[in-house]
Design a protein around this ligand. Structure first.
Ligand SMILES: Nc1ncnc2c1ncn2[C@@H]1O[C@H](COP(=O)(O)OP(=O)(O)OP(=O)(O)O)[C@@H](O)[C@H]1O
Ligand SMILES: [Mg+2]
Length: 444
């Protein structure tokens, strides 16, 4: 069909993505790290194809709570960037006025059988963020895209070795499957800002670089934020005293079986952790009040997501507004471009603290060990560190990581500290060299 009143086809597609336009495969599987140009190239290629003949295109992902989660906006942006006035944009679909092509947007998880049936006439299905697609969704979708000549286009940033679509399609591709890896350096349009971010990450954390920017799956054993040996090393007593200001982290129980935990940290020395069960707000506030009077902490950072808000109000009312700070785990991180939320940022500060020199010290506590080593990390689509969901962790751990959350809270904001901890010897002495067993307990 001839295109009237439309600009000449001058959309540029990078070489590596040309098979999207020119080659015939049942599956076109592109994967790689951030900034590879996958999303843009898929969008541009589909827009080009849909101007050439009538196509029914489904843009799919695992979960789509609203059209905002989909590639709808990207397609709209590309239509306007290229000035493609043959496209008409509706609230939740896009159509080509000349060819009659149609783009729809769906989440797979919420499809009932009737909705799935409506996908049977699809010519091209684009699955974006395919690392999140479950085996179940794939098993339903694959036979649904059944029109002769239909294609399934897949774009993914790999999450781990067992990503279901990776295992099903790309691990061992058949002759009807094209698999291509693309990274930022393959993308001729990659903005300098992204290249700088990639370089910075390469210098500071090669493992993260391999995952975020080179598209490698997280290595087995590398899903953990904090390695066990780091915590074990921190359990070895090595600090005799610290004149750094005392910071208290207070994690307040959300449910009946959770514990309310206080963590006391002076710079490199986390002196003590104390947990309580079944306290009401006034009792927690009274404890905090006593600690303030006796120990003169510089700050108390407290989780005010749940019950904590009530405790915060009581303490504020008692005149401690200067000392207490409320923190929502779910709120925006201070470094929003690196962390998914405040919780991820605080936990990563614990990791950095544990691996910093001179060495740090934690009170010996097996529950704290379990808490700290249990948490899994991942990266969101912007490459920001994200922690495993609290509920998931609770299922695996059998409880909330209250003690580690209290420790993490002591890192909520930097507190001015110009003091050094005094280290015994060279900091490499074992506790046997220094303490008897009972001194190894949580005493200050
Ligand atoms: N055809 C293009 N024209 C102009 N800019 C482009 C084009 N393709 C890619 N880019 C630029 O490269 C950046 C990365 O591309 P894109 O978002 O498609 O990568 P990706 O492989 O989907 O990776 P991720 O979404 O994980 O970052 C875009 O934000 C855009 O700035
Ligand atoms: Mg993308």
């Amino acid at each position: 069909m001839e295109l009237k009143n439309t600009p000449a086809l001058r959309i540029e597609i990078a070489e590596v993505f040309k098979p999207l336009l020119n080659d015939t495969y049942r599956i076109k599987f592109y994967y790689g790290g951030r900034g590879g140009g996958k999303s843009y190239a898929f969008a541009d290629s589909l827009l080009l194809k849909a101007r050439q003949k009538k196509l029914f295109i489904a843009c799919l992902r695992e979960i789509q709570d609203s059209i905002k989660d989909s590639v709808y906006k990207l397609l709209c942006d590309r239509i306007s960037a290229w000035g493609l006035n043959d496209y008409k944009i509706f609230e939740n679909k896009i159509e080509n006025k000349l060819t009659g092509s149609r783009f729809i947007f769906r989440g797979l998880r919420d499809q009932d059988i009737n909705n799935i049936k409506s996908l049977e006439g699809v010519d091209i299905a684009w699955i974006e963020e395919a690392q999140t697609i479950t085996k179940k969704s794939w098993d339903i979708l694959s036979p649904t895209i059944r029109k002769d000549g239909s294609e399934i286009w897949i774009s993914m940033n790999r999450e781990n070795e067992n990503d279901p679509l990776w295992v099903a399609l790309a691990n061992n591709p058949d002759e009807r499957t094209l698999v291509r890896k693309v990274n930022y350096y393959d993308n001729p349009f990659c903005p300098d800002e992204l290249k700088i971010q990639a370089q910075t990450c390469k210098n500071s954390n090669p493992d993260d670089y391999a995952h975020i920017w080179l598209g490698e799956p997280l290595r087995q054993g590398n899903y953990k934020l904090i390695a066990g040996y780091m915590v074990r090393e921190a359990f070895e007593p090595k600090i005799s005293d610290s004149s750094s200001p005392l910071i208290i982290g207070l994690d307040i129980a959300r449910f009946g079986d959770d514990k309310t935990s206080f963590c006391f940290r002076s710079g490199r020395w986390c002196r003590r952790l104390i947990s309580y069960q079944k306290l009401d707000n006034v009792e927690v506030a009274n404890l905090a009040h006593n600690f303030i009077n006796e120990l003169h902490p510089k700050r108390i950072f407290m989780d005010i997501g749940g019950q904590g808000a009530g405790v915060y109000d009581i303490l504020k009312d008692r005149g401690f507004g200067e000392i207490i700070r409320g923190v929502y785990f779910g709120e925006k991180a201070r470094q929003d471009n690196r962390y998914f939320n405040r919780r991820a940022e605080m936990w990563d500060a614990v990791r950095e603290w544990l691996s910093s020199k001179p060495p740090v010290q934690l009170p010996y506590d097996e529950e704290l060990f379990e808490d700290l080593c249990a948490i899994n990390k991942r990266y969101d689509r912007k490459g920001r560190l994200q922690l495993e969901d609290k509920d998931e962790l609770k299922k695996r751990l059998g409880r909330s990581p209250d003690k580690a959350d209290a420790l993490a809270l002591t890192f909520a904001d930097p507190v001015y500290d110009n003091r050094e901890a005094r280290i015994y010897g060279n900091g490499n002495l074992t506790y046997n060299d220094l303490f008897s067993d009972n001194q190894r307990s949580n005493e200050w």
